[in-house]
Design a binder for this molecule. Structure first.
Ligand code: ATP
Length: 212
């Protein structure tokens, strides 16, 4: 987040990428304004919440006119640092890691995987999706200085020592795709995505809370 922006509540901040994506689509389809009701329908957030969120951005919708899409987009771009590319690194180029390298995130939210690391000699020295893969031993030399986020797609058994090393060289945010819980100092933020658990939870909800 850009430091010069006014502070917005965390719950609001979490909805920003959702609003941003939808407004970008509206903008590219040539629309200039949008009502909170239209937005509400599209992003499934109630319109009172949208109006409150938008008031933090200094965007006051006019009755019968709605919100100016350009104004909102320029605010979101600044706030989400969309004008700048956030550079990320990836550790572990197995099946999941390869999928991320091929996908990369640049189209969606200006996040780019700069380089990846692995220890498998069959993959080190190659490129996947245009991203170079280095040996994890070369982490300190190869990591681009402005990279502060790492995606972990290594086996769970090695994730803690890898994390310790990442923390030591100044990584501030970690997206952990392994089922392992990792310990980090308070100055590092971890987000945990366990795909197997997410899928299991979906199955559970479908079974126990059928929609019709
Ligand atoms: P996935 O779990 O992504 O489907 P996979 O089953 O192909 O991957 P895993 O055994 O989970 O393979 O390992 C993922 C990747 O992590 C592999 O490419 C492996 O070489 C790499 N890896 C294993 N140990 C380390 C380590 N200590 N440092 C860096 N990379 C490692």
């Amino acid at each position: 987040m850009n430091q010069e922006q006014p502070k917005i509540p965390q719950a609001t901040a979490k909805r920003l990428p959702l609003y941003y994506r939808f407004l970008k689509n509206l903008d590219s389809s040539g629309k200039q304004r949008v009502s909170s009701a239209e937005l509400s329908e599209a992003v499934k957030v109630d319109s009172a919440t949208i109006r409150r969120d938008f008031s933090y951005f200094g965007a006051l919708g006019k009755k019968g006119y709605g919100y100016n899409i350009q104004y909102l987009l320029s605010f979101f771009r600044k706030t989400l640092d969309q004008d700048e590319v956030t550079r990320v690194t990836l550790i572990g180029v197995g099946n999941l890691g390869k999928a991320f390298l091929n996908y990369n995130f640049i189209k969606n939210n200006s996040t780019k995987i700069e380089q990846a690391f692995d220890i498998n000699p069959e993959i080190v020295g190659k490129e996947v999706g245009g991203v170079p893969i280095y040996h994890f031993d070369e982490l300190e030399e190869r990591l681009t200085p402005d990279v502060a986020i790492a995606i972990l797609t290594v086996p769970a058994s090695v994730v803690q020592p890898i994390t310790d090393r990442l923390v030591q060289i100044g990584i501030k945010g970690i997206l952990n795709f392994t089922p392992a819980r990792i310990n980090v100092p308070d100055t590092v933020r971890i987000h945990h995505i366990d795909l197997a658990v997410e899928l299991q939870s979906l199955v559970y909800f479908l079974k126990n809370y059928p929609l019709d």
